[in-house]
Every structure is written in C-alpha cells, then in structure tokens.
Write a protein that binds this ligand. Structure first.
Ligand code: KG4
Ligand code: ZN
Length: 361
C-alpha cells in the first residue's frame, strides 16, 4: 500500500491530488484543481507566460487543499509524482519545482510522469461511488484512444499494462492526427463561430439546444480504409467559409445550434470511423477513450449505443468526466504504478530533473 501526491501544471489547470494504491486499485482520496480558463478567455487561448505566473500563485494552495481534504499528513506520503512533459515549459517548471522542493524537504522519492501516461491511467482510477475496471480483468487486446487538446492518438494495448511508459506509448501508436488534434479542432472551429476558449464544451452544449447534425455537410478527412490517421484542418477551413457566408446573410446566430451539431458530428464521425477500423483491424476486444474530448456527450452517447456493432466484447471504458480533462489524480495514479515498480528518483538524483515541452513522439 502506498500514498502518493500528484501535481499537474502542464497547461491551464493547476491540480494536486492524493491517491491511495493497494493491490490493483488506485483510490482517489482528493483532487483539487484550479482552472485558469477564465483568466485566458479574453485572449482567445492560453497565454504561456500568464499560465506560468498563475501556477506560481496556485500550486501551493492546491497542494495544501489536496492534503487537507484527503486527511493525509505530508509526512506520511510515500512519494510525490509530477508531470514533467509535455506541455508549456514554464507552466511545467512550476509543478516540477514545487514537487522537487517538497520531495527534498520531506525526504521523499520523486516520480516524473508523462502527461499522456497520466491520461492513460485515468481509466484505472477508483473514485468514491465508481469502482474502476480491474486491469487484469479487461479483455485484451485493447484499443486506447487518447483524445485531448494536444493529441489524437490510437494505441494498441496487447495485454494488461504494468505501466504506460513513453517507449510503450511510442511502440503502440497505430494512428494519430496529421495536423490538429480533435480538441484543437473543436477549439478552433468554436472560435470561428464566436465562442470563448476552450470551445469544445460550448460546441457540445450549443449542439444540445436542438441542433441538427445533418444541417451542414462538413468534410470527414481521410475516410479511406488505408490509414488510421486523422486530419482535421480541412474541417476548419470549411467551417470558416460557412460561418462567413451565414454572417453576411445575418443568419449566423440563428444557425449556431445546427452549425455546432454538424461540426461535432464531423469530428465524432472521424473519431468513430477510425476507432471502429482499428478495433476491427487488430481484433480489439476492449476500448478505452481518455482526454478532454472523451467528455463530449455525442461521442460518449455514440460509443455507449454502438459499441456492439464494432465488435467489442464489453462497453467502452470512459473515465468520469472530471478525470477526462486535465487533473492531478491521473498523474498521482501513474506515479503510483511507477512507484510500485521501483521507478522513482531518490536522494539528490532528482535535483537535475527538468521539464520538457516536447512529447518526444
Ligand atoms: O485533456 P485536456 O484537458 O488537455 C490536454 O491535455 O490537451 O483536453 C482539453 C481539450 C480541449 O480542446 C477542450 O475543448 C476539449 O478537451 N473538451 C471537449 C469537451 N470538454 C473538453 N471537447 C468536446 N466536447 C467536450 N464536452
Ligand atoms: Zn491533458
């Protein structure tokens, strides 16, 4: 049994979490997140310098709050896990420096975690009221789709994973976006339609106001069977042209629910098509979808209704909504798996630990 503190500051969420790891379950004891969304909204996207400065102000309060609500004394932690790549380097450095100082002051091991490894681990988080899926009971091979603001990756997972290290994530990659990530496609098209950052949630909510997903026929790129890759840049251009035409006619506002539903359908269709192809091609028996876009209601709805038709033997695994978008519980969980395997830095080894912007993919 071990108790791990996780810290996440790779982009615009400053989060700290305490998890308890025993046998095969990672129980989330607390997860406190400060979202900077409102701070970046006037700029239409995340401003890196503002993000780092804000993380500086919120990282200690988040750690204190997470410890307090978990009822765990910092002295009783077994290790401290922190995201050290990929992300905004200044933002990452704040979390990494906080984690290093805390580990040094308390003489605790430090576990660096790749952000995508964190997202992958979110399917194994056990939260009050919702037990996670036991790793060893899942049917494999599994297809793991990581769909976030920065990535749209399909990974083939042949057997119960002990860890999700970077070399595994690299080796198992069978499909990815050639340009924008799915989350980026949501955010950029939402911006073209006049919604604030980040637009995914706005598109989802506006589409739900009775929008017709067939009202506009937006392109589905790379539909051919030969590739499991995605491309979303053509969609952006098509939406820009359509929005401009409707604006000129004074019809943009009234068309927003239909536009949002149609944009959402184009992105969800592309995801659904490639996920189905990959499941069939590799004979996958289970499917997990993680990352911010896994919070999309249309994607969740389609997966829940149509999973049997693509050959899966059980319903797809979708993390709880609050563990789809960035959070420290997934980082603490990934840290717990690593700690179990003896993969941590100790003593003064971690004083040279750095943050990296690149995913190394
Ligand atoms: O995983 P995440 O929090 O951050 C990254 O690691 O990138 O994902 C953020 C992305 C954003 O692009 C956001 O618009 C998208 O997830 N997102 C959604 C929804 N909620 C968040 N996209 C579609 N529908 C949603 N409900
Ligand atoms: Zn993320």
């Amino acid at each position: 049994m071990s108790i791990i503190l996780g810290i996440e500051s790779s982009c615009d969420e400053c989060s700290a979490s305490v998890v308890h790891y025993s046998a095969d379950a990672v129980e989330v004891l607390s997860c406190e997140t400060f979202s900077q969304i409102a701070i970046h909204r006037p700029y239409g996207g995340v401003v890196p310098e503002i993000a780092s400065r804000n993380h500086l102000e919120t990282v200690n309060p988040m750690i204190e709050a997470a410890l307090k609500s978990s009822g765990v004394n910092a002295r009783n932690l077994d290790a401290i896990a922190v995201t050290n790549r990929p992300g905004l380097v200044g933002a990452l450095l704040v979390g990494v420096s906080a984690a290093k100082s805390m580990a040094y002051a308390l003489d605790k091991p430090l576990v660096p975690v790749h952000h995508l490894e964190g997202h992958a681990t979110s399917i194994f988080l056990n939260t009050q009221g919702k037990p996670s899926v036991p790793r060893n009971e899942l049917p494999y091979p599994m297809l793991l789709a990581i769909v976030s603001g920065g990535h749209t990756n399909l990974h083939l997972v042949p057997a119960a994973p002990e860890l999700w290290p970077l070399d595994f994530l690299k080796r198992s990659l069978v499909g990815r976006s050639r340009d924008d990530a799915a989350g980026e496609a949501f955010d950029k098209t939402a911006k073209l339609l006049g919604f604030p950052y980040p637009g995914g949630k706005w598109i989802d909510e506006t589409a739900a106001l009775g929008g017709n997903p067939k009202a506009f026929d937006f392109p589905r790129a790379l539909p051919q069977k030969a590739t499991l890759d995605f491309s979303f840049s053509g969609l952006k251009t098509a939406v820009a042209l359509k929005a401009e035409a409707l604006r000129k006619k004074g019809e943009l506002q009234a068309s927003l629910p239909d536009l949002c539903a149609s944009v959402q359908e184009a992105i969800v269709d592309a995801l659904f098509l490639k996920i189905s192809l990959a499941v069939r091609e590799y004979g996958c028996r289970s499917l997990a979808i993680v990352g911010g876009v896994a919070a999309n209601s249309r994607l969740r709805g389609r997966l829940e209704n149509e999973w049997k038709s693509i050959g899966l033997t059980r319903p797809p695994i979708l993390p709880e909504m609050r563990y789809c978008t960035d959070n420290a519980a997934m980082i603490a969980g990934a840290g717990a798996f690593r700690f179990r395997q003896g993969q941590f830095l100790q003593g003064t080894d971690y004083l040279t630990l750095n943050a990296f912007a690149s995913p190394e993919f």
